[in-house]
Ligand binder design. Structure first.
Ligand SMILES: CC(C)(COP(=O)(O)OP(=O)(O)OC[C@H]1O[C@@H](n2cnc3c(N)ncnc32)[C@H](O)[C@@H]1OP(=O)(O)O)[C@@H](O)C(=O)NCCC(=O)NCCS
Length: 147
């Protein structure tokens, strides 16, 4: 792969990495997708596990979080970095975190445009489409353990 598009994913800490994670979410959700600030900053970040993607030169380019109840959310990759495997690497790390925490299943609210992305990782859509922050979503689930 070209050097320009090399990146790493690691587990993040909200207290140390919060400013970088917030900057990505502000760019993607608040500015690009027009999610209202009060919905984006829902007060749950301090109790979540987070992941961060960093470009080779060190800048933060993607993030996602695992809620205490096993739900994954706030998956965001900066626009110039999309379709290069960053989102997949973040999601794999979040699924690993959910497994390590002992969850038998992980759920998420997928924006309808991203259903195919989550399907590639084994997620299955359940129920009817619904709206969150004026954006259409489906609930999706991934079984982590049989039985
Ligand atoms: C959704 C998102 C996180 C995916 O990240 P990404 O880095 O582009 O994903 P990847 O490059 O790892 O994509 C993996 C695969 O999913 C596909 N894919 C990615 N985004 C997709 C989308 N929006 N719709 C359909 N397929 C998509 C890619 O084509 C790729 O397929 P391939 O493996 O056959 O080439 C990113 O597009 C994003 O941040 N979007 C804006 C915020 C958002 O909508 N977040 C999701 C909230 S539920």
């Amino acid at each position: 792969m070209q050097d320009t598009f090399r990146f790493n994913v690691r587990r993040a800490d909200w207290r140390a990495d919060g400013p970088q994670l917030s900057a990505i979410r502000r760019a993607v959700f608040v500015i690009e997708q027009r999610v209202p600030e009060h919905e984006e900053w829902d007060g749950l970040d301090e109790s979540c596990r987070h992941v961060i993607a960093l470009a080779a030169e060190g800048s933060a380019i993607g993030t996602g979080r695992l809620l205490p109840d096993g739900r994954i959310g706030r998956m965001a990759v900066l626009a110039p970095w999309r379709e290069r495997g960053v989102g997949s690497a973040l999601l794999r790390e979040l699924i690993a975190l959910a497994r390590e925490a002992g969850f038998r299943e992980t759920r998420l609210h997928a924006q309808t445009h991203a259903l195919a992305f989550y399907r590639k990782h084994g997620y299955v859509a359940h129920g009817e489409q619904f709206f969150e922050a004026n954006i259409p979503h489906y609930e999706m689930r991934l079984t982590l353990l049989a039985g």
